[in-house]
Design a protein around this ligand. Sequence first.
Ligand code: 8X3
Length: 249
Amino acid sequence: MKNVLITGASSGIGKATAIKFAENGYNLVINSRKQEKLNSLKDDLVSSFGIEVKCVVFDVSDRSKVIEELSKLNLPIDILINNAGLALGKDSFQESSIDDWEKMMQINVMGVLFVSHFIAKKMIANGSGHIINVSSIAGKQVYAGGNVYCASKASVDAITKSLRIDLLKEGIKVSSVSPGNVETNFSNIRFKGDLDKVENIYSGYKPLLAKDIADLIYFISDRPEHVNIDDIIVTPKAQANAYYLNRKG
Ligand code: 8X3
């Protein structure tokens, strides 16, 4: 059975994706910075689905730790899902925090690069593999206050396209999924616990759920060998793009 590595797997889209692949009998390597949450997810997945699960604890932006922990894995990775990422703040460029910018660029961009670089080499040695990046509608359209988060996801978009070219001759597929509004802990982290702002993001319409994205990631991975899905842009029915929401509430 195939092995799937999912970064940022302890909650949200990453956790839903872990469950989706586990339901379908895949063995998992789940990553997060949070050992306890990972262990508890591992226990649930092993007891519910009888699959093999390994936990790798690291911050994707910590280059030496990424290499150290992934080097300990003694198994091929067939599918890499670069899910770890975050937004911090939605203030205008001139008012936003440079510390927040650094974190977003480190995790959303360098994290994808560090993990992909290590795993792509393993995939090349194995002669096959599939890298799926969780990007965002923010990588396609720039909105007010999106500045550096949008830049980080536009980078993920460029990295995805570039990897697809460079890994073409190696027989490795590269895809992305680019969601609009998904109701997870994303906005709680972005707005640092400001519940009014969080509620405003998801009020008056039905946002996407983490499971909706997990289903798409699984669909991307489950196409016949000769098929590669480059990218899926997905929004709630009530969202036309990054700017237009049909709120009824
Ligand atoms: C999440 C979607 O529109 O908040 O990546 O940037 S958005």
